[in-house]
Ligand binder design. Structure first.
Ligand code: HEC
Length: 158
C-alpha cells in the first residue's frame, strides 16, 4: 500500500511539474517582474494623479473644456526635446518647480491657458512622476489623436 501511494504521488508529481516546469517558471518570473513594476508604477501614477490631474486631467469632455494640455501631449512634446530619460526627468522637475518663460516648450499652450503656476513639490516626488510619465503610456482623451493630427502635425509646433 505504501508503495502504491508513493507511486501515485510520484506520477502526480510528474504530471504537475514535469512538462510544465520551464513554461511555468517563465510565467512566474514574468509575473514577479510585472508585480514589481506595478508597485513602483502605482506610486508614480498616484503622485501624478494627485498633483497634476487637477489641471492636466485626461478625461475632459472636449478640447474646449481643457484648462491645461493633457499630460500625454506634454510627454510627446518633452520626448521630442529630451529623448533620454534622465534629461526628460530633470527638465520636468525644473519646470514644475520653476515654470519660467525661457523653458517653455509649448508656447501654444501658454497662449491658450497662461503659463503654469510653480508647484513647490519635492524633487524626489517630481522625479517619480516624471519617470512614470516617461516609462508608461499615459491616459489620453478620446478626442486626442484626431485633434493632435489636425492641429499639431508632428507635434513640434505647439
Ligand atoms: C494649476 C494647474 C496645473 C497643475 C496643478 C499642473 N499644471 Fe502643468 N501646466 C498647466 C498649464 C496651464 C500648462 C500649459 C501652459 C504652459 O506650458 O505653461 C502646463 C504645462 C505643463 C508642462 C509643459 C511646459 C511647457 O514647456 O510649455 C509640463 C511639463 C507640465 N505642465 C507638467 C506638470 C506636472 C508634472 C504637474 C504635476 C506635478 C503639473 N504640470 C501640474 C497647469 C497645471
Amino acid at each position: 500500500m505504501k508503495r502504491f501511494l508513493a507511486l501515485i504521488s510520484f506520477s502526480i508529481g510528474l504530471v504537475s511539474c514535469g512538462p510544465l516546469t520551464k513554461e511555468k517558471n517563465d510565467r512566474i518570473a514574468a509575473q514577479d517582474t510585472a508585480d514589481t513594476n506595478t508597485v513602483q508604477t502605482n506610486e508614480g501614477y498616484t503622485l501624478m494623479k494627485n498633483n497634476c490631474y487637477a489641471c492636466h486631467h485626461p478625461n475632459s469632455a472636449s478640447h474646449d473644456d481643457l484648462i491645461a494640455p493633457p499630460l500625454v501631449a506634454v510627454k510627446r512634446r518633452y520626448q521630442i526635446q529630451y529623448p533620454k530619460k534622465e534629461e526628460f526627468v530633470n527638465a520636468m522637475v525644473e519646470w514644475v518647480q520653476n515654470p519660467s518663460q525661457e523653458r517653455v516648450l509649448m508656447p501654444g499652450a501658454v497662449d491658450q491657458f497662461n503659463v503654469m503656476i510653480s508647484m513647490p513639490l519635492d524633487t524626489e516626488v517630481l522625479q517619480k512622476i516624471a519617470s512614470y510619465m516617461y516609462e508608461n503610456e499615459l491616459e489620453r482623451p478620446d478626442w486626442f489623436e484626431e485633434h493632435f493630427k489636425e492641429m499639431h502635425g508632428n507635434g513640434v509646433n505647439n
